[in-house]
Design a protein around this ligand. Structure first.
Ligand SMILES: [Zn+2]
Length: 220
């Protein structure tokens, strides 16, 4: 039963990547941990966004092996699996090549914390992770090394794109959307001049308020 709910959630969230303009063709993927089980649901490889349904989502174990599904899992499955193995608090992972964030990644440059929305959501800069080739655990290792102990739920993998994490798949999608939004704004700001940094004490206050007090959200 848990599988079915997670399949539906993960399938539906892929539409958000399209809605917010974060993906083209079949690039990008969302995954979600199946609550209470050592399994996660991820997008099938090479299936177009408008053909994604709860039924054609793929269930994998935490080593990235296919457990259930008619399609091969996403080619990024090893990276997602590594994150779930190493970060038990993570319930959702998203990967995109969204334009502005990937432009920062191509330069290997962190997005500096120059907007209150960044302090709120990321608790500081959006960091850069190492260059890593697809095919083994390298990408997953780079994501985990960079995000473990970091406030940011997003990492810009150098020369590649964005990985985000969250307590659930929706939170990871939100981080991917916000990452692209602030990467775009800070890029535009750079074109106009020099963005002003926000002092660390103010970043801390903004982050704490947003994460713990703002709205109805429960702490992550
Ligand atoms: Zn990629």
């Amino acid at each position: 039963m848990n599988h079915e709910a997670t399949r539906a959630t993960v399938a539906g969230l892929h539409a958000e990547l399209v809605h917010y303009g974060l993906v083209v063709w079949t690039a990008g993927n969302v995954s979600g941990r199946v609550p209470g089980e050592d399994l996660f649901v991820i997008k099938p490889s090479g299936v177009s966004y408008d053909e994604l349904t709860p039924e054609n989502m793929v269930v994998c174990d935490l080593d990235g092996n296919l457990v259930e599904g008619a399609h091969a899992p996403s080619s990024d499955t090893a990276a997602h699996a590594y994150v779930y193995r190493e970060m038990p608090e993570v319930g959702g992972v998203v990967h995109t090549h969204s334009t502005y964030a990937s432009a920062w990644a191509a330069r290997g440059e962190a997005v500096p914390c120059v907007l209150t929305a960044m302090a709120d959501e990321f608790g500081g800069e959006i960091p850069v992770g190492p260059f890593a080739l697809i095919g083994d655990d390298s990408i997953g290792q780079g994501v985990v090394q960079t995000l473990k102990g970091h406030r940011s739920p997003a990492v810009l993998m150098q020369n590649h794109g964005v990985f985000t994490i969250g307590k659930d798949p929706k939170a990871a999608v939100k981080a991917a959307v916000m990452c692209e939004d602030v990467a775009r704004t800070v890029h535009v700001s750079r074109q106009l001049g020099t963005p002003l940094p926000i002092g660390p004490a103010h970043v801390d206050r903004l982050y704490d308020r947003y994460q713990n007090v703002y709205g109805q959200r429960s702490p992550r």
